[in-house]
Write a protein that binds this ligand. Structure first.
Ligand SMILES: Cc1cc2nc3c(=O)[nH]c(=O)nc-3n(C[C@H](O)[C@H](O)[C@H](O)COP(=O)(O)OP(=O)(O)OC[C@H]3O[C@@H](n4cnc5c(N)ncnc54)[C@H](O)[C@@H]3O)c2cc1C
Length: 247
């Protein structure tokens, strides 16, 4: 019997932070230089590190873009965060380590016309890469429904982009942001959808008349949200893909 040869381990390299941009107290964007030979498929993640601590981060940029774009949430030290308190202090010009291969199977499955993507906060990242690449390549026969939940309206990292794209390409992009704490002062003035994203899945599947035969449901981000959507989809016969950011 043939034995599989171990793949040679690609060397971890250092890369430079090109830019960072704050979204809120605990959410920020970070752009990294793409190391030579680095490539990814939309929906995949990269592994970056500092001081020997490495973590996975989904990539929001599309493969055609020059930099690797990330959207990161701080898990404070007192809540058990290890790498994010270090990443949080980075500024343009600093370096992080990066594994030269992107990984992950949470990728675009073109056999489904409708891509129904449920996310919480940073979990929206893979869908951004999907949509950017899809539109860049001039395709138009699929429809991406982005149902994104957050506690507060200022935690939607890509809402301007998703609103603009849904206005420009209404047959390709539909964006439904929803907040779970509508009565809090930080959300005053919010006129959009309310409630947790997982609690709205059934509603929007019905609103858009989506059928199991040609719809793939993805869930990404908060494990509790994913568990709930997965259980709902199992009873309805929808094909389901998930990416958990933590346990
Ligand atoms: C495939 C994949 C893709 C990921 N993509 C992203 C991404 O795009 N953006 C991003 O910010 N994170 C992403 N993550 C999570 C990331 O890898 C880290 O786990 C996270 O940034 C926290 O790192 P840490 O070292 O500070 O804390 P850790 O040592 O990883 O975790 C400390 C504790 O915090 C919990 N925890 C981890 N993340 C969160 C969170 N967001 N909210 C609440 N509790 C949490 C853990 O379960 C653990 O109990 C991804 C994870 C995976 C597996």
């Amino acid at each position: 019997m043939a034995t599989a040869k171990p793949r040679p381990q690609a060397k971890i390299v250092d890369t430079t932070v090109i830019k960072r941009q704050e979204l809120s107290d605990d959410l920020w964007f970070m752009w990294l230089e793409k190391p030579e030979g680095f490539s990814h498929k939309p929906g995949q993640y990269c592994t970056i590190g500092l001081e020997g601590i490495e973590r996975a981060y989904s990539i929001s940029s599309a493969p055609y873009e020059e930099a690797i774009e990330l959207f990161i949430e701080l898990v404070p030290k007192e809540d058990g965060g290890n790498l994010t308190p270090l990443l949080y202090n980075l500024k343009a010009g600093d370096t992080v380590s990066i594994r030269p291969r992107a990984k992950g199977i949470f990728v675009f499955k073109p056999e489904y016309k409708n891509q129904f993507m449920v996310s919480t906060v940073t979990g929206v990242v893979p869908s951004i890469s999907f949509i950017r690449e899809y539109l860049h390549s001039g395709q138009s026969e699929h429809h991406f429904y982005i149902l994104e939940g957050a506690s507060y309206h200022d935690e939607f990292g890509y809402d301007d982009e998703l609103k603009r794209l849904s206005a420009e390409y209404p047959d390709v992009v539909t964006f439904i942001p929803t907040i779970s704490r509508p009565t809090e002062a930080r959300n005053s003035g919010w006129e959009g959808e309310t409630g947790r994203a997982n609690a709205l899945v059934q509603k929007y599947i019905e609103v858009y008349g989506l059928k199991a035969e040609d719809t793939l449901v993805y869930a990404c981000g908060h494990p509790g949200m994913i568990e709930d959507v997965k259980a709902q989809m199992a009873t309805k016969g929808f094909t389901f893909e998930e990416e958990r950011f933590w346990k």
